[in-house]
Design a protein around this ligand. Structure first.
Ligand code: MLC
Ligand code: AMP
Length: 503
């Protein structure tokens, strides 16, 4: 019997009394205790009739229990489907329906609203709260701590992570045991993670960065995490002294840099700062080194592939680059139209192949075929080049996507909702530079004949179906949208026009 991910991430920690999670209230959860909690959850899943391969969706605040649901799914051979807590009932309904999840665990505070939304799906509903209470926790109280892991080989599905698309609805990226394990082992190795590491963890655990990069790497190395419920400046400063490493999106770094308490002394004992999920400005990299003496290590990845490249641990960490392809990962730059490989130094589409690359999109063979080539290369939608030293530079995106504070936002989703508003004829949603979030959302609208759009009303109306972080931070009315001869909206012109609105 073997379960690839469980055997390599969790099994070795059974009975261990060393800390795995340090919580802000001073409590510590040992590796062994965490595993017992996961064991109880896995036994509960089985008692509820869930069978290997079925999907378990989770939309709850960050807590040790939430992480244990992930560990429980792994050992029970279930497919873990984490959801951003900001998603509205409308958004959640789509994920539950599309994935066919059999169980949906949400916060007690949103139970009624979400139960109403998912009642027509085949998912049963349980609750799990940030304090560890809830109907699922109660069920688990009587379960056995020990669970015999279900057989899972490298190709077995471990997780389904939804990622939006330029057109159409979100797609569920199917990640296998081998995708997750190979990446975690590679990163732990090249970033020199050990059992002595204490990772300052303030990222959400419903996306790749906080869930797989941060957590799996710590688990592989047998280290521990200062597990903060979210990014809070005071808590970051307070806990920094006990950490050895930190991972964050660029917003974490710019916020810390603006804090006078964040200085050389506070970070003198730190071993490593990692940044990713969005471009880290060269100036942030430089300022960070000036202020702390540390050079941030920037890496590049995505939901479908986990991590693809990283700046070196020992070699030169170059600002404005995402470093070198990871061991075992092939990366090439191709012509977006013909697919032919381009020479180093030339800008083109970034394609990657390796054990990290996902299996395809859940029940979307056509979408999979569009982005995952027959020879295993995945077309990332990012534009970049490889320089003479082999470092990869990301120079833009071939996909219409905005990254705000590390969250991806797809304009099409917002445009469709704006266009449904009676006062709006048509719209174009763009990303513009923002000092805190890197980029933020601006909606450019053309009013319907004779209408005067009421911005507050529009925002209230679309926020019923849209997570709040996706809402335009600004709406502008224009007489018409700039279009090229093919009739396509020229977003480049719009981005240029509004680029200084928040800076
Ligand atoms: C919160 N808000 C945002 C936002 N986060 N708006 C735009 N962009 C964001 N990222 C809004 C909320 O909706 C709310 O609005 C208001 O800000 C306050 O909410 P908050 O929760 O208190 O915000 P804050 O704590 O300031 O959060 C900002 C943040 C957080 C940067 C700390 O967004 C964050 O943790 N981001 C990390 C995202 C991440 O993990 N990405 C990895 C994806 S994986 P209102 O209107 O309600 O007041 C991936 C692959 C890879 O990309 O390579 O890693
Ligand atoms: P997601 O869909 O959330 O997985 O986001 C992945 C996308 O984030 C990538 O396709 C890139 O566009 C972007 N990204 C991740 N890391 C970096 C980075 N270090 N620099 C620039 N963009 C990044």
């Amino acid at each position: 019997m073997s379960n690839l991910l469980f055997d390599n991430l969790f099994a070795g920690h059974a009975g261990k009394k060393t800390a795995f999670l340090h919580l802000p209230d001073g409590r510590t959860i040992s590796h062994g205790e965490f595993l017992q909690m996961a064991g109880r959850f896995a036994n509960t899943f089985t008692r509820m009739g869930l069978t290997p391969g079925e999907r378990v969706a989770l939309q709850v605040e960050k807590s040790p229990q939430a992480l244990a649901v992930y560990a429980a799914c792994v050992q029970a051979g279930l497919v873990f489907l984490p959801l951003n807590t900001a998603y509205t009932a409308n958004e959640v309904l789509y994920f539950i329906e599309n994935s066919g999840a059999k169980l949906f665990i949400c916060q007690g505070s949103r139970k009624d609203e979400l139960a109403e939304a998912v009642k027509q799906t085949c998912a049963s509903l349980e609750t799990l709260n940030i304090d560890g209470s809830g109907t699922f926790a109660t069920r688990a109280n009587n379960s056995n701590d020990v669970f015999i892991p279900v057989d899972c080989d490298g190709e077995s599905l471990a997780a389904l992570l939804y990622t939006s698309g330029t057109t159409g609805r979100s797609k569920g990226a199917m990640l296998t045991h081998n995708n997750l394990l190979s990446n975690a082992q590679t990163l732990a190795d090249i970033w020199k993670f050990s059992a002595d590491d204490v990772l300052l963890h303030a990222l959400p655990i419903f996306h790749t960065h906080g869930l797989f990069v941060a957590t799996n790497v710590t688990l592989v190395a047998g280290g521990s995490m200062l597990f903060l419920p979210k990014f809070d400046q005071d808590e970051m400063i307070k806990n920094m002294a006990r950490a050895t490493t930190m991972m964050g999106v660029p917003t974490f770094y710019t916020r810390l840099l603006n804090d006078p308490r964040f200085d050389r002394e506070l970070t003198s004992h730190m071993r490593l700062f990692v940044s990713g999920s969005a471009p880290l400005l060269s100036e942030t990299h430089v300022q960070f080194e000036e202020k702390t003496g540390h050079r941030i290590l920037e890496r590049y990845g995505m939901t479908e592939t986990n991590m693809n490249t990283s700046n070196p641990y020992d070699g030169e960490r170059r600002a404005g680059t995402v470093g070198l392809p990871l061991p075992g990962v092939e990366l090439k730059i191709t012509d977006a139209t013909t697919g032919t490989t381009l020479a180093d130094g030339t800008i083109g589409e970034i394609e990657v192949r390796g054990p990290n690359v996902f299996k395809g999109y859940w029940q979307m063979p056509e979408k999979t075929a569009e982005e995952l080539r027959g020879d295993g290369f995945f077309i990332t939608g990012d534009l970049g080049l490889i320089d003479e030293q082999g470092y990869v530079h990301i120079v833009g995106r071939n996909k219409d996507m905005i990254i705000s504070g590390g969250y991806n936002i797809y304009p099409k989703e917002i445009e469709s909702l704006l266009d449904e508003q009676p006062d709006i004829l048509e719209s174009a949603v763009i990303g513009v530079p923002h000092p805190d979030f890197g980029e933020t959302v601006v909606g450019i609208i053309v009013a319907a004949n004779g209408s005067t759009p009421d911005f507050d009303h529009i925002t209230r109306s679309i926020s019923k179906s849209l997570a709040r972080y996706k809402l335009p931070k600004k709406l502008v009315v224009v007489p018409d949208l700039p279009r090229n001869t093919m009739g396509k909206v020229q977003k480049k012109l719009l981005r240029e026009k509004y680029k200084s609105d928040f800076m």
